[in-house]
Design a protein around this ligand. Structure first.
Ligand code: NAD
Ligand code: UDP
Length: 328
């Protein structure tokens, strides 16, 4: 049987495809390549198309023995979601609805869906457990929470089993450095700081230095992309062995401030660069740190690359060997 990886040419999807292939799984990737990269797909079959195209999806399901889906496909930029919420409902809710309709039609009963820490909004305390209040403060987080609710109803009505890992900050690259993060435009902190270290940016802007944190900058929980990939595969095994549908956090449990990340990149790379203080970015909580005990207990998940220096080293190796990302 084969696993369909929707959005498998993107950052986290391509690393999950690599892990599945390493484990001898048959993989079918579906990606529009609107954001993803063909070269990021290291094997399996790649079908280029949009999940909202029902005829295209029928042909993929009909030509392959697919028994489960990992769904990464979404728009991911929080700032854009504030400017154009409808575009986010269209791609982050309607696309998953189309996927579920295709799964229902073709009798596929297991889905792992990418959720996010953004469902918690401004948490009252950290580390965040799954039962913390869900109050998204941007349309991006809201669309992910909406899908989690949609999945609950689909389980009740159609018996579709789901797992919704809520990731904190994905970072790092595959140990081979053959694949890594290549978002355009890039908005994530670690690749931006690395671009400054490589001399590709004049400076790094720190969005706010007046938060209620020890150094005044925001604290985040960075989780290596390979550990995320591993958790998705464990979640599929969990569902296939009869596990109940569930949402769960995926993070390292350690928080690093923006300033600490900048200092760590300087230490790992031996490079220095200009750092400017900028105003706060709208919708940024001061601290987001995961309590991932549920994923560890439920899936037997053990993140292996939780050293922030190693995470940055792996990203540095990818970016320096691919200064133009996949476009070379
Ligand atoms: P990405 O943009 O690199 O990958 C998404 C992929 O989906 C792209 O290859 C894109 O072409 C494809 N896609 C989008 N819409 C599609 C559609 N309608 N039909 C077919 N293909 C489509 O994003 P990523 O960083 O790998 O994130 C993957 C998932 O993880 C997203 O759902 C995101 O919301 C979630 N997530 C990411 C992070 C992070 O730190 N990157 C954190 C939390 C959650
Ligand atoms: N950040 C920053 N400068 C940048 C990009 C990000 O100061 O150029 C900060 C951002 O405000 C947040 C943290 O770095 O506090 C992580 O941001 P990122 O966009 O990587 O992930 P998010 O937590 O928003 O998902």
């Amino acid at each position: 049987m084969a696993v369909m990886v929707a959005g498998g040419a993107g950052y986290i999807g391509s690393h999950t495809v690599a892990e599945l292939l390493d484990r001898g799984q048959d993989v079918v990737v579906v990606d529009s390549l609107v954001k993803g990269h063909k070269q990021a797909v290291l094997g399996g079959k790649l079908y280029i198309g949009d999940i909202r195209d029902a005829a295209f999806m029928d042909s993929v399901f009909e030509s392959n023995p697919i028994d489960s889906v990992i769904h990464f496909a979404a728009d991911i930029e929080v700032g854009l979601s504030m400017k154009d919420p409808l575009a986010f409902y269209r791609n982050n809710v309607y696309t998953v609805m189309c996927m579920l309709e295709s799964m229902k039609k073709h009798g596929v009963k297991n889905i792992v869906f990418s959720s996010t820490a953004a469902v918690y909004g401004y948490p009252k305390s950290v580390p965040i457990t799954e039962d913390s209040e869900k109050n998204p403060v941007n349309p991006y987080g809201e669309t992910k929470l909406t899908v989690e609710k949609m999945l609950r109803w689909c389980d009740k009505a159609y018996g579709i089993k789901w797992a919704a890992p809520r990731y904190f900050n994905a970072a790092g690259a595959h140990e081979s450095a053959r694949i890594g993060e290549d978002h355009n435009p890039e908005s994530h902190l670690i690749p931006i700081v690395i671009q400054a270290a490589m001399g590709k940016r004049e400076s790094v802007m720190v969005f706010g230095q007046d938060y209620d944190t020890p150094d005044g900058t925001c604290i985040r929980d960075y989780i290596h992309v390979t550990d995320l990939a591993d958790a998705h595969i464990l979640a599929l095994e969990y569902l296939k062995s009869g596990g109940q549908s569930a949402s769960f956090n995926l993070g390292s449990g350690s928080g690093y401030s923006v300033t600490e990340i900048i200092e760590k990149v300087k230490e790992v790379t031996g490079k220095s660069f200009r750092v400017d203080i900028a105003p706060r970015r709208e919708g940024d909580p001061a601290r987001l740190v995961a309590d991932s005990r549920l994923a560890k207990e439920m899936l037997g998940w053990h993140p292996k690359n939780d050293d922030i220096g190693k995470i940055i080293e792996s990203a540095w190796k990818w970016h320096t060997t691919h200064p133009d990302g996949f476009n070379e």
